[in-house]
Design a protein around this ligand. Structure first.
Ligand SMILES: *Cc1c(COP(=O)(O)O)cnc(C)c1O
Length: 391
């Protein structure tokens, strides 16, 4: 049997044809397809502006820059995420702090967020930006976070790397009804892919304009916005007004994105029905299963279980991981807490600071879940787990 990974892309003949069409066209980059992809995503998630870039990491970086995050400022996120959610602050010279997760949703704990904001206000150390992560594809409590952002004056930057196609109270993730900017990732393990790629979406005209400049060196070509006051503006003229980067997405990538986006709803449905199959099959296992909160549709980027203590029969995360691996099943752990990476320890973070995320990282296991996972493969995962927990 072939190895079953925890996640992987689905590529169809339409995808291959779309990419091939760009390869034989006039433009491989800075052509017409990136704006087409941006419009398609914006329409899909019901938002005004979309800025495509070469990764979600780049999108997080230019979003933080658009907020003017800098030295002396603080960004908060959760420890249970990929390091990029926190690193974006460090790129800007800002400090990072964390809010622990909820033991049931595995998303940011609203209770802990409220407590921490209250304390931070007294110490005059309020965050400038909060990065809530829609973990595994499940939206956070977006309305409450939005209310708190108004009360305490921080910006909300949703890391929706797991959650394109998800919705909260009938509002698609990315509509930015309850945030300033939302970021998506199109890495191959995510819901849809462009190879590498990401996007920042917003309803704010100024933030969108700034992010569009920042992704391409801080250069503008719109003569209405030029600052140099030359008498004659030559046709080849452009201006660099701020310090930006080359974070552009190629038209090759965007063409794959356009093609994949057309199948987004189907992918999310398939992921949900596979997740439901796991839910019923694993119901009697000594594990905690994921929950989906009322009002949420999860994109189910990841399917995780937490191994419960079960007396003398308790299996460790390590044992279950290895027993699965022996049968050709590559589980994973999402995530090792960000604050315990050596880079963050060097900044002063230490064990025991975020106990829920730390406990979680020691008993959670990510099982295979992707659109192309067959029922036969999934049954192999389920039966293997059955044998592991029986012993
Ligand atoms: C994948 C991921 C990122 C980074 O995405 P890239 O497109 O690989 O840069 C950021 N945050 C989270 C939560 C992710 O899962």
């Amino acid at each position: 049997m072939k190895v079953i990974p925890y996640g992987k892309q689905s590529i169809t003949q339409e995808d291959i044809d779309a990419v091939t069409a760009v390869l034989t066209s006039d433009y491989l980059t800075q052509g017409p397809v990136v704006p087409i992809f941006e419009k398609a995503v914006a329409q899909k998630v019901k938002v005004k502006h979309a800025v495509a870039v070469n990764s979600a990491t780049s999108a997080l970086h230019i979003a933080c820059m658009a907020f003017d995050l800098g030295k002396g400022d603080i960004l908060w996120t959760v420890p249970n995420t990929f390091v990029a959610s926190a690193n974006c602050a460090r790129y800007c010279g800002a400090d990072v702090d964390f809010v622990d997760i909820d033991p049931d949703t595995w998303n940011i704990s609203i209770e802990k967020l409220k407590e921490k904001l209250c304390q931070a206000k007294q110490q005059n150390r309020l965050p400038k930006v909060l990065v809530p992560v829609h973990f595994a594809g499940q939206p956070t409590d977006e309305e409450t976070i939005w209310e708190l952002s108004k009360e305490y004056g921080f910006k909300v930057l949703e890391d929706a790397s797991h959650a394109i196609g998800a919705s909260h109270n009938d509002e698609p993730v990315g509509s930015c009804k309850w945030s300033h900017i939302t970021v998506f990732s199109f890495h191959p393990v995510k819901i849809i892919t462009t190879g590498e790629g990401g996007m920042a979406v917003t309803n704010d005209d100024e933030l969108a304009e700034r992010m569009a400049m920042l992704r391409t060196h801080g250069i503008i070509r719109d003569s209405a916005l030029f600052k140099n006051n030359y008498e004659v503006i030559e046709p080849w003229y452009y201006e660099q007004q701020i310090l930006g980067f080359n974070y552009r997405m190629t038209d090759i990538s965007a063409s794959l994105g356009v093609s994949q986006l057309a199948r987004l709803d189907g992918y999310v449905q398939t992921r949900n029905s596979l997740a439901n199959r796991y839910q019923s099959a694993l119901a009697d296992f000594p594990v905690q299963l994921p929950t989906v909160e009322k009002g949420n549709v999860s994109a189910y980027h990841l399917y995780l279980i937490r191994i419960k203590k079960n007396g003398a029969h308790t299996k460790t995360q390590h044992e279950v991981y290895n027993a699965l691996k022996e049968k050709g099943i590559l589980a994973n752990v999402h995530y090792m807490p960000v604050h315990l990476h050596p880079y963050y320890r060097d900044l002063g973070f230490t064990d025991g600071q975020y106990p829920e995320s730390e406990r979680y990282s020691k008993d959670a296991l990510t099982l295979p879940l992707y659109a192309a996972l067959t029922h036969e493969q999934q049954d192999h995962v389920i039966n293997t787990l059955k044998n592991i927990f029986k012993k």
